[in-house]
Each structure stands twice: as C-alpha cells, then as structure tokens.
Ligand binder design. Structure first.
Ligand SMILES: Cc1cc2nc3c(=O)[nH]c(=O)nc-3n(C[C@H](O)[C@H](O)[C@H](O)COP(=O)(O)OP(=O)(O)OC[C@H]3O[C@@H](n4cnc5c(N)ncnc54)[C@H](O)[C@@H]3O)c2cc1C
Length: 414
C-alpha cells in the first residue's frame, strides 16, 4: 500500500518533540526524530507541507563547495538521496534523482584562476573528482558552449531532484516510522497544517511547549525549522538569531526544444547566472549580490523584469554569454511563451552557513539559516540536529552550533 502522511486536525496534547515549520527542513527533522524513537508533531502555518521556500528552489545539489563543513553535510545528504527507498523504507518512492553534473564556466582568466585554487582546496578536503577542463575540452563534451568559455570545472556526481517528492517522502516515512530500517521503536510523526505557532512556552529557562492556532502541545523540545521566518519564531522564546531573508527568483521555461535535455547545471563563474534542463525546457536563475535583505514574506512578491536580465542577450548576466543557443531562443521569441516565475527567500546567516543545534532555554533547537542550500544540506543538517537533541552527538563536535563565533569569509557565488 502507498505510504501516507499522518495528518491531524489538532495536535496531540503532548509530544517528545515539536517541529515548527513543514518545509523540507521540518519534514527531514521529523524523519530523523521519528527514526530515533521520538513522538513528533510538525506544525505548519500554511494549508500544505512544502509550499513556501522549498518549491521555489531548483532542487539542485553539489559537493563543489567552498568549505569542508558544508561538503560533509551535502555528502551525507547525497548518500541518502542515492538510497532513498532503502533508507526510508519507502519502496518505489521516486525522488526524481538525476546526477546531471554541475559545470562552472569561466569567461575570464581571473575566475579561471579562482576556480583552479578552489579545486585545489577541495582536493585537500577529500573531494577528488572535480575535473578542471580547458575551454576546448569543455566544448568537446558540450558543443553548445560559447567559444568565449576559457575553462570550466565539472563534477559528474552533482545534480538535482524533485523537492516536492523528497519533502513528501520524508513526511511519509516519518509518519510510518516503524517501516524505517534500524528505527528505534516507538517513534512516529503527526503533521498539522494551518497551525501557526504564536507562542513558545518557557518556564525556569526550559522549553515546556508551544501554542498554535490549532491548539497547544506540551513538549520538552522544540525545533525551529521556519525557513525565512526562523528569527521571528526563535524570538517567541526570547532568543535573538540573525537571519537575513533575501529574495531570489526562479524562471521556469517549459517546452523549449533548444535546451539540450542532457545538459548539466551550467553556471557562469563571473555572474553566477545558471540554468539546468527541466520540463523539456529549463529552470534559470541569477542570485544578484546587490539584492537587499529584508523582512520575511509569505507569499514572496515577484518582479517580472528580473527575468529579462537572464534572457535578453544584451544583459550583463545573460545566459547567452556561456551558451549562445539562448540568443536564438530570445530572438525567436520562444522563452516568453510559456514562462512563469517563482520567488522565495534565501535565509542568509552572517557567515552563510546554517545554525544547527541548541540555543537559549533548554530544549530549544534551531535547524535553519541554510543560506540557499537547504535542499542539499538539510538532510545532513537535520540528522545532526536530531543527534544533538537526543544526545547521540555531543555539542563539542558541532562546528555549526548557533552560538559559534561568526567569522567573516569569502563566500560561495551561488
Ligand atoms: C530561488 C531559490 C532557489 C533555490 N535553489 C536551491 C537549490 O537548488 N538547492 C538547495 O539546496 N537549496 C536551494 N534553495 C534554498 C532552499 O529552497 C531552502 O534552503 C529550503 O527550502 C529551506 O527549507 P525550509 O524548510 O527551512 O523553509 P521553508 O520551505 O520556507 O519552510 C518553512 C516553513 O515554516 C512555516 N512557518 C513559518 N513560521 C511558522 C509558524 N510561526 N508556525 C508554523 N509554521 C511556520 C512556513 O509556512 C514554511 O512552510 C533555493 C531557494 C530559492 C529561493
């Protein structure tokens, strides 16, 4: 029988753990907590799970990162994606996994040199399968690349998946926790939607539960997994967390035969404009570094003008700079025929790495601040948060604890 998510109209009166937020991070947390034998209730303010930031994402994952900690988190996630059915107990559950590769293309010597240095560091961190290619080597594999591409770095094991299936899979597996291989008996999750949490109860510096629009729950532990709303939710327990929600768009371009359906995720190193094949067309993005941070939004407003910056070949971050077929697509008028835009917010922390673990009153835990990498890093991050709260891992081994000293660092372009 097809596994189902356990929904309830009202939360149970008590639970071992309350998770606030039902995006990918809340559902992954529920999976690991249920596997560890905890009774879990997930409270989601919206009418359905996985409908705010999570579906706005590109669903992509890469080990090509600029620091060892995030490589480790993503590596753990990809190992689980590769064996999703076995590790969750959900036989036949397809998460749309595609190891289509990530290709970073340099148009200048400066970014080529930056790439070379990054690959050297990645090798020191044990990531040895990133290829450095000359422009001609890259064009021999992907003939549609521009003659202006001077070199590239490529990792075939990177790729993308279907985020809705991943989120629903974690929720279904958490609901039927007894089917998870190696699960500690007694665990399981209940999901309550249209349940906005407006209070976290704290007594004698200990969390004792929450209050929501669907009822209250007594619990000794709360995980805040509220995406761009994480700071506001943590403030309900009197805790200050720095998260800078920053709008990011995604352009969906279905049915564009000019897009090679076997192309990798293709990124321009200079601008970070990128695209990948999807829906017999492409998804295209550009993370403009000038976009100011702001308040969290639900829904996130969309600005159509943003899309022209990617598609108009005259733009300084046009997709056509790396892959000239985008010029033809524009000149033929094709991209604008069926396009649509989605927007979400990156949940930037000051060092662009997530907050994982306890902070403030006993029993309060953060699982957020993934800074645009929650699909790829959230699986490893959620396993870690659950291990910390059950005592299976010690706080001393956690470089991503929320109260770490924040070091300024040169950050990733995506
Ligand atoms: C355009 C774009 C592209 C991206 N591409 C990628 C990518 O390719 N790969 C990748 O790894 N990451 C990507 N990301 C980042 C990724 O989408 C996020 O890191 C991830 O979805 C965060 O998941 P979440 O569950 O924390 O947040 P959300 O999906 O936002 O879920 C949080 C939930 O908490 C709920 N909530 C908030 N407050 C309350 C409350 N008081 N009570 C109850 N519920 C509450 C919200 O309604 C929401 O459903 C992208 C993001 C964007 C915007």
């Amino acid at each position: 029988m097809r596994p189902a998510v356990t929904f309830a109209d009202r939360p149970p009166a008590t639970a071992d753990l309350v998770v606030i937020g039902g995006g990918i991070i809340g559902c992954a947390t529920a999976f690991y907590a249920a596997r560890a034998g905890l009774s879990v209730v997930v409270l989601e303010r919206r009418a359905a799970l996985g409908t705010l930031t999570t579906p706005a994402s590109t669903g992509a994952f890469r080990l090509q990162f600029d620091n060892a900690e995030e490589i480790e988190l993503v590596r753990e996630g990809v190992e689980l994606f590769d064996a999703f059915e076995e590790r969750t107990g959900l036989g036949g559950w397809d998460i749309g996994l595609n190891h289509g590769g990530y290709l970073f293309c340099s148009l200048t010597d400066a970014t080529l040199e930056r790439s070379r240095r990054l690959v050297e560091r990645q090798r020191q961190w044990g990531l040895t399968d990133v290829e450095l290619l000359s422009g001609d080597e890259a064009r021999s594999r992907w003939p549609w690349l521009s003659p202006d591409v001077r070199g590239a770095r490529y990792r075939a094991g990177d790729g993308w998946l279907d985020v809705k299936r991943l989120t629903a899979g974690f929720a279904a597996a958490a609901s039927a926790a007894s089917g998870i291989p190696d699960a500690t008996p007694g665990g399981g999750a209940t999901f309550v939607t249209r349940a906005g949490v407006h209070a976290i109860r704290v007594e004698s510096d200990r969390v004792t539960g929450i209050e929501s629009s669907r009822g209250s729950v007594s619990s000794p532990a709360v995980v805040v997994a509220a995406g761009p709303f994480t700071a506001g939710v943590a403030a309900l327990a009197g805790v200050h967390v720095e998260i800078r929600p920053t709008r990011r768009h995604k352009l969906v371009l279905p049915d564009l035969p000019l897009v090679p359906d076997n192309a990798p995720m293709t990124i321009e190193e200079e601008t970070a404009a990128h695209w990948r094949p999807a829906m017999r067309g492409a998804l295209a993005l550009f993370t403009d570094p000038e976009t100011p941070a702001g308040e969290p939004h639900d829904p996130v407003p969309i600005e159509h003008d943003w899309a022209f910056g990617l598609l108009d070949p005259g733009s300084d971050h046009a997709l056509a700079r790396v892959a000239p077929f985008w010029r033809e697509a524009w000149n033929g008028g094709a991209p604008t025929v069926h396009w649509f835009l989605q927007a979400g917010q990156y949940e930037y922390t000051p060092d662009r790495r997530p907050y994982l673990g306890s902070i403030g009153p006993d029993g309060l835990h953060l699982n957020g601040g993934y800074s645009g990498h929650g699909i790829m890093a959230g699986t490893g991050g959620s396993r870690r948060v659950v291990d910390l709260l059950t005592g299976a891992a010690g706080a001393a081994d956690n470089p991503l604890r929320p109260d770490r000293p924040i070091q300024a660092r040169e950050h990733d372009i995506l």
